[in-house]
Design a protein around this ligand. Structure first.
Ligand code: PAF
Length: 284
């Protein structure tokens, strides 16, 4: 696996691959890799000839009081894990390489970025869309891989790619979970032992809500209330939001659930903010 820190070198390698007719699978990450990221790499390796991963903790997508400085980092372990999972090139730029002095252009996907995490983290998706657009321009991937755990992020990237006529396929890969159901996330590393135990309530509440929907409950307000009451039974959990919306455009349902339903939540355990979600296809 090649480790590249420099944009010019990355572009050269990618240009060579494309002129050899190779398809390119791209996995953008912020590092501190876990099994969820490795699933993305493995799927990219199955579907493409060349697999490129980026590791970059993107300052643009963190608010001033968020965890940019203390976001977990372990470059040596990441490099080993990426290589073992089938990655060919790992791109690890500095902030200066990505945002040189004078950088002044941003990508702003509107509409779907104003709800859920977008409401709680103003500017977050502008930072995500901007860095992902830059990375897409550098890697020129055939396919790019994102985890379903960040459901809103996946929709924002898909919308950006559609709206701006980008020539690539966005592949969304199912969430990888710990044995007790907690969605894998680099931020799980922040949790104390007690918080980690309590955090299992997130998946339990999503699963309970899904069971109720399958039994015929179709009032979004009742589903939200059910999930909130389950989560609030854990003293360490503080709910930021629980929403039941259309999985296609994040719009609220007027009265009853319809077609593809996204249940999305963000909950704090101490200083750690965790998100999770579940999609229920009522037409399937
Ligand atoms: O999901 C992430 O890790 C980040 O938001 C991404 C897509 C790598 C952009 O920085």
């Amino acid at each position: 696996m090649q480790i590249v820190n420099n944009i010019a070198v990355l572009k050269l390698l990618v240009r060579q691959a494309r002129s050899n007719g190779q398809s390119i699978g791209f996995v953008p990450t912020m590092g501190y890799l876990h099994e969820g990221h490795l699933q993305l790499v493995r799927q990219a390796a199955l579907e493409n000839e060349l697999v490129v991963m980026s590791i970059f903790v993107n300052p643009l997508q963190f608010g001033p009081s968020e965890d940019f400085e203390k976001y977990p980092r372990n470059e040596a372990a990441d490099i080993e894990m990426a290589a073992n999972a089938g990655c060919h090139i790992v791109f690890i730029p500095t902030s200066k390489e990505m945002y040189p002095k004078g950088f002044d252009s941003y990508v702003d996907v509107q509409g779907i970025t104003t709800t859920l995490c977008g409401a709680a983290r103003p500017g977050h998706f502008r930072g995500v869309a901007t860095v992902v657009m830059k990375l897409f321009n550098l890697v020129a991937p055939t396919r790019a891989y994102f985890g379903q755990k960040d459901a809103q992020q996946a929709l924002v990237i898909q919308k950006m790619a559609n709206d701006l006529n980008m020539d690539l396929e966005i592949v969304v890969v199912p969430t990888v979970r710990e044995p007790d159901g907690l969605a894998m996330s680099s931020r799980n590393a922040y949790l104390s032992a007690d918080e980690r135990k309590s955090a299992a309530i997130l998946y339990q509440s999503l699963t309970a809500a899904k069971a109720k929907i399958m039994q015929g409950l179709n009032d979004p307000k009742q589903i939200v209330a059910l999930i909130k009451s389950m989560i609030q039974s854990e003293p360490l959990a503080v709910v930021e939001y629980v929403e039941v919306v259309s999985a296609d455009d994040l719009k609220e349902f007027e009265q009853e659930l319809q077609s593809r339903v996204l249940i999305a939540l963000a909950v704090r355990f101490g200083k750690t903010r965790l998100i999770d979600n579940m999609i229920i296809d009522l037409e399937a």
